[in-house]
Design a protein around this ligand. Structure first.
Ligand code: AMP
Ligand code: MG
Length: 467
């Protein structure tokens, strides 16, 4: 088949990317192909085409690979030049439900690689596949995973590992850091072109606004506030919420050391390099505001001709982030608690549950609220729940059990199951990965072996950046 690639980013935004070819994979082997997603994108691929095109072994006709420039605050420190150091955007496909980037990740060095080898290992690419597909199954905005192909090449990390390329699908790869790149260089024409491109692509209605760039900032604030609230509801910890990993589209992007919290603990951190807990579970809403402030800074010249006035306008919008996030969080919590309407006491009800459930399994507690016999074993100390449950029962009313089961997943990508699947895949056995993938793609279907928290011997879970 052929893919009808378009290249609107390259066309609209000269000077924001470099043309560069992926490395040819020497002995590509298709590990997983997302047929359903391929079909949704109108791609009727053979396995051989998927293997060759999504590993860099061959370029699909019409692809015109580029590496995009971006900057970013990494753990609070500004890096003026990051960019696609191991990714190649092949092009965009236009479907009835929108325009999507198809990007290879782990496909070789680019001029943005700095010291890196441009490669990726089988484990981290399959991890991105699993977790992004779980997010999609939960209806959380996310980039998608189309395929992972082992390259047949060994790469060197702490040890030798099999290399792989992920084919990723995204509404776009515009990041907060994309705007920062050009803001840092004082290239206001490029910031305006990027903003126009972002509006046309993600928020077309805003083009009619008298103040389209302010409307863009508002729109990104709205989508990101909702996104982070959804993460919090799932116990998801992104792990590396740098500004280059925050998408203008509002999709979750760049799954690296991310993982799901098991026992509820607000300070949970998994990433080996997050020593200060900057990106801990409970800090994510604060980082939301911090990152969006960086976006607002980059947009300042577009907000008003007077710098003082532009700052005033931006600050006004930034002060709205916390209340907006709070409202989104409350909506998520109402859903998770099986509440159908709104009551002024709901925030306290949700917060008091958090206090009572510290240490108890995040996922299963919500799922089992209506079944006390199943709920009790999740707790070391049930005394606070004894006081809380009657309040919740009175508030939730009839049918709560059914609503809980529809709102709260039975299966999430549990850390020990993810590790088991990735370790087996690294050793050449894909069976545990496919079994886990099938389970997390139907997250509301109870599947006992995938529902249990990690055995106590699993220990404290540590994740590493997927580089
Ligand atoms: P990440 O932590 O994956 O969000 O990546 C942060 C930056 O490091 C981006 O500019 C990546 O392109 C770059 N990067 C990550 N891993 C590699 C690698 N193996 N080779 C080259 N660049 C990389
Ligand atoms: Mg990144």
């Amino acid at each position: 088949m052929t893919i009808a690639f378009d290249h609107s980013y390259a066309r609209d935004l000269p000077g924001t990317y470099l043309r560069v070819q992926p490395d040819p994979a020497p002995a590509p082997r298709l590990l997983v192909l997302n047929r359903r997603l391929a079909r949704d994108l109108g791609l009727d691929l053979t396995e051989d085409e998927a293997r060759d095109w999504f590993s860099g072994a061959a370029l699909p006709p019409g692809a015109d690979p580029i590496a995009q420039a971006y900057a970013g605050h990494q753990f609070g420190g500004f890096s003026p030049q990051l960019g696609d150091g191991r990714a190649h955007l092949l092009g965009e496909v236009v479907t009835p439900h929108g325009r999507f980037d198809i990007q290879l990740k782990g496909s070789g060095r680019t001029p943005f690689s700095r010291g890196g080898d441009g490669k990726a290992a089988v484990g981290p690419m399959l991890r991105e596949y699993l977790i992004s597909e779980f997010m999609a199954a939960m209806g959380v905005p996310t980039t998608r995973s189309l395929a992972v192909v082992a390259t047949g090449e060994e790469i060197w990390r702490e040890t030798r590992l099999p290399g792989a390329v992920l084919a990723r699908v995204a509404a776009s790869h515009l990041r907060v850091g994309t705007f920062q790149f050009f803001a840092a260089r004082g290239e206001q024409d490029k910031i305006k072109a990027l903003a126009d491109h972002a509006i046309a692509r993600h928020y077309p209605d805003l083009a009619q606004s008298g103040t389209p760039y302010l409307a863009l900032l508002d729109a990104v604030i709205a989508r990101q506030a909702r996104l982070i609230a959804e993460w919090m509801g799932l116990g998801f910890i992104h792990g590396v919420m740098n500004t280059d990993n925050m998408a203008i589209s509002g999709e979750t992007i760049d799954y690296g050391p991310c993982a799901f919290m098991e026992g509820y603990a607000p300070g949970t951190v998994f990433s080996s390099i997050d020593h200060q807990g900057r990106y801990a579970y409970a800090n994510q809403p604060l980082i939301l505001g911090w990152n969006l402030a960086r976006l607002a800074e980059a947009l300042l010249p577009l907000l008003d001709a007077s710098p003082e006035r532009a700052v005033e306008i931006a600050n006004d919008r930034l002060s709205g982030i916390a209340p907006r996030y709070r409202a989104e969080w409350l909506a998520v919590m109402r859903r998770k608690l099986g509440l159908v309407d709104e009551d002024p006491g709901d925030a306290a009800l949700a917060e008091d549950l958090l206090t009572a459930m510290e240490g108890a399994d995040w996922t299963l507690t919500f799922r089992r609220l209506a079944d006390e016999a199943a709920l009790r074993p999740l707790f070391d100390d049930f005394s606070r729940m004894e006081a809380w449950l009657p309040r919740w029962r009175a508030r939730a009313g009839d049918g709560a059990a059914r609503r809980l089961a529809a709102a709260n997943p039975a299966v999430i990508p549990r850390n020990h199951k993810v590790e088991e699947a990735l370790a087996a895949a690294t050793d050449g056995d894909m069976a545990p990965f496919h079994a886990l993938l099938a389970a997390i793609q139907s997250p509301f279907t109870e599947a006992e072996p995938y529902m249990l928290p990690a055995p106590s011997g699993f220990g404290r879970y540590v994740t590493f950046c997927g580089t």
